[in-house]
Design a protein around this ligand. Structure first.
Ligand code: C2O
Ligand code: CU
Length: 482
């Protein structure tokens, strides 16, 4: 529901116009998504997601288009919106030429619906369908993508955002979702395939693209009225690139990480780092006058313009808001580490300059050289690459878990836990914040402890979300007993 902040001038007509952009409207390329109040989210959605070839204008206008794989042929896939506590039904139709699944990243989902091929379901073969049906217990910004073993489908464009609306209205004038992706393209617009899933990227930083897009546009443009308050949902859908985003010439506060509310935190320089698969919700107060523009840039390697917020029209209010905005809590059970936690030690090993002498691959010990040559494995957890034969640990439902991770590699990694959010209770490099995450960026050589209550029964993946690392060994699972 649109919520008026007291002095907003947003007309009823624009509210209705916003409602007409129904939940299933894709964040289509070419569509300048203007900042408008969000519609009431339905309690139940029923969608078809057909993984199939399509094309997208990822390079600048006038340059060749890129053949992609997209849900319903679009990149990103349909933007799904559903009310907190509501239900999603989604039929996956596989119209690409390799087996696939859909994983609902960050949702505390029923395990059978988690979409991990070979672990929670059989892969869906070309021409087949699979029906997902699940509840969404927490509000926030989530996303969906394939989780088929060692397939590079996300690189081709298969991913989309899933937004779960708060039960109480959030006082913003507009809500904009930004799926930020990078692509490694040839000059003719096609995906560069020579290095796809290659050992070099795998052993180093992963596949870093040469084209960065927002909602599959080279420079996405959004509109906002002067003094408007917007919620921006930033989602890193890159294979491996750690994004450093800067929202210029606006006032920014961080209000959620990985879907979960955090105490509103002003970002004085407007800069935020998001690891692959991570999300950040920010509240932006537009301070520029009409006819100005605010830039959204990526600043990890120089300053690259990726999107623009054009300020147009009549002011929404006399001056930009300065109040902080808190999202309602999501009621995640925090871990009580005094109550007999299961403590598990996990050592991340391997990669270039890692000095890992040998490794176990599917039950056999071998030199790293043979693992790389014969199995394309270059990383390991506790000496095992791609440890999917058995759970790395098993825990009784309801017990707190503390995973003490040592990143004994020369590379950063985006560690992701399925089915749960965790708190980083100790770390040696990054800032320690009592926030919930489903993915955390671990710095090279960093030690960190991830704690959560294992309250969701089933088999849950724990892996690096840099896809090339995941594929080449940085992947395992644990089991929560019923
Ligand atoms: Cu975003 Cu294992 O997934
Ligand atoms: Cu990694």
């Amino acid at each position: 529901m649109y919520h008026d902040n007291g002095n907003s001038g947003l007309s009823r007509r624009s509210v209705l116009k916003a409602a007409a952009l129904s939940f299933a409207a894709p964040i289509a390329q070419g569509l300048a998504f203007s900042a408008q109040a969000k519609p009431d989210a339905p309690r139940f959605i029923d969608v078809h997601l057909e993984a199939k070839p399509g094309s997208a204008q990822l390079l600048d206008p006038g340059e060749p288009k890129t053949p992609v794989w997209g849900y319903n042929g679009t990149v990103p896939g349909p933007l799904l919106r559903v009310a907190r506590g509501g239900e999603v039904r989604a039929r996956l139709i596989n119209s690409i030429d390799q087996p696939t699944t859909i994983h609902w990243h960050g949702i505390h989902i029923d395990n059978a619906m988690d979409g991990v091929a070979h672990l929670t379901q059989a892969a869906v073969n070309p021409g087949e369908v699979f029906d997902y049906r699940f509840r969404v217990p927490h509000a926030g910004t989530y996303w969906y993508h394939p989780h088929a073993h060692r397939a590079m489908q996300q690189d081709r464009g298969l991913s989309g955002l899933l937004i779960v609306e708060e039960s109480e209205p959030v006082a913003v004038d507009g809500d904009i979702a930004l799926a930020i992706d990078d692509w490694r393209l040839e000059a003719n617009g096609e995906t560069e395939t020579r290095s796809l899933a290659g050992l070099h990227d795998s052993a180093h930083a992963g596949r870093i693209g040469n084209v960065l897009t927002v909602n599959a546009e080279p420079i996405a443009t959004f509109q906002a009225r002067p003094n408007a308050r917007l919620r921006l949902r930033l989602c890193n859908t890159c294979n491996a690139r750690v994004l450093q985003l800067r929202l210029e010439d606006v006032r920014v506060q961080l209000v959620a990480i990985d879907g979960m509310p955090v105490p509103p935190t002003p970002l004085p320089d407007g800069t935020i780092t998001i690891a692959p698969a991570g999300r950040a919700d920010v509240v932006v107060d537009v301070t520029g006058a009409t006819a100005t523009s605010s830039a959204i840039t990526e600043v990890s390697r120089g300053r690259l313009l990726i999107a623009r917020l054009d300020v147009r029209g009549e002011p929404v209010r006399d001056r930009a808001l300065e109040t902080s905005l808190s999202l309602p809590p999501n009621d995640v059970r925090l871990p009580n580490l005094k109550a007999d936690p299961l403590v598990f030690d996990l050592r991340m090993q391997g990669g270039a300059m890692g000095g890992m002498p040998d490794v176990e691959v599917h039950g056999k010990r071998m030199s790293l050289r043979d693992a790389a040559r014969q199995h394309r494995m270059v990383w390991a957890f506790n000496g095992k690459a791609d440890a999917h034969d058995a759970p790395i640990f098993t825990v009784k439902r309801g017990r707190p878990v503390a995973i003490r991770i040592v990143n004994d590699t020369a590379w950063p990694h985006a560690m992701h836990v399925h089915g749960h959010h965790f708190v980083v209770v100790q770390r040696t490099e990054g800032a320690l914040k009592p926030w919930l995450h489903d993915t955390v960026l671990m710095h090279r050589r960093e030690t960190a402890t991830l704690a959560f209550t294992a309250d969701n029964p089933g088999k849950w993946m724990l892996h690096c979300h840099m896809l090339e690392h995941q594929m080449s060994g940085m992947s395992c699972y644990f089991e929560v007993e019923p």
